[in-house]
Design a protein around this ligand. Structure first.
Ligand code: ACO
Length: 253
């Protein structure tokens, strides 16, 4: 058999060309991997990385929440009722908020929204939790709002971003004590604390609240503590019967 080999310089050129092509293919795929595939992988990995990061972030948050718990424990104050019971009162914060939610669900026929609970943590509001023998037994929630707002017939959520007027009222949204712990003087202390809070602000001129017209216990309690009935608000409550409410007022100044 007779074979024809190319001359050495042509064979060298062919080999060189093949090497260059292989080199280019290899490096193109390398470059492709680095610039196209890898970022895609990173992009896909990103949510996982984000979750890992946010878990890490949450750990830090709960670490700071822990110090908030310590802080709220620090502001918790022991008060004695007229009947000699030691009750701890503390301002509601993110830690104690779930306890307030639980209490409200058994104390009131009204279901409060997430916006309501978010509002309790808003600066300048007055919300407390009472603990008796380490049991959460009662809660109060008040918000400061422009004077006369409670007299309006509408019952929209208060807009915290509205322009600042010069006179305010403290609107008591909720006050309740679990049934077995009533008549121990806890409600009276809650009221006392709310009145002290309102008095400290020169611009708050009264405390107001709505109470269902058939809530005789609460009416007796409020009248006993200096509240007077302003008027009946027909159909104040949306989903409960009776739907009418009394509007009560306690003048501070
Ligand atoms: N009947 C008559 N007088 C009463 C009554 C009652 N049922 N409850 C309280 N009082 C009067 C008494 O004079 C009492 O003093 P005394 O026990 O020495 O006689 C005084 O008020 C102080 O009572 P406290 O023991 O401080 O009040 P308590 O801790 O029981 O809380 C409250 C009163 C909050 C009204 C309670 O009954 C309760 O939680 N009710 C259910 C929830 C509710 O209806 N809340 C009010 C809704 S309106 C709103 O939230 C704004």
């Amino acid at each position: 058999m007779h074979s024809t080999l190319p001359p050495p310089e042509i064979a060298f050129n062919v080999a060189l060309r093949q090497y260059i092509i292989a080199f280019c293919i290899y490096h193109t795929s390398f470059i492709y991997t680095i610039y196209i595939i890898l970022p895609e992988r990173v992009r896909r990995l990103a949510p996982r990385l984000y979750r890992v990061f946010s878990r890490h972030h949450r750990d830090h948050t709960s670490a700071s929440a822990l110090s908030a718990e310590e802080a709220s424990a620090a502001v918790a104050e022991m008060q004695e009722t007229a009947s000699g019971h030691q009750v701890q009162f503390q301002m509601v914060d993110a830690i104690t908020l779930p306890k307030v939610r639980n209490l409200n669900s058994v104390l009131f026929p009204v279901r409060y929204s997430g916006a309501f609970y978010k509002g309790l943590l808003h600066p300048g509001q007055f919300s407390q939790l009472a603990q008796y023998n380490n049991i959460s037994v009662g809660t109060i929630a008040c918000r400061s709002q422009p004077l006369g707002f409670a007299d309006c017939s509408f019952t929209t959520m208060f807009d915290y971003n509205s322009p600042v007027p010069d006179k305010f009222e403290l609107y008591m949204m909720t006050l309740g004590v679990l049934a077995p712990y009533r008549r121990l003087g806890i409600g009276r202390l809650f009221l006392q604390n709310a009145v002290e809070f309102a008095f400290r602000d020169q611009n708050i001129v009264r405390i107001v609240l709505h109470v269902q017209i058939d809530n005789d216990d609460a009416l007796r309690f409020y009248h006993k503590h200096g509240f007077s009935t302003l008027r009946i608000v027909p159909h104040y409550y949306k989903n409960i019967e009776p739907s009418d409410a009394y509007l009560l007022e306690y003048r501070l100044r």
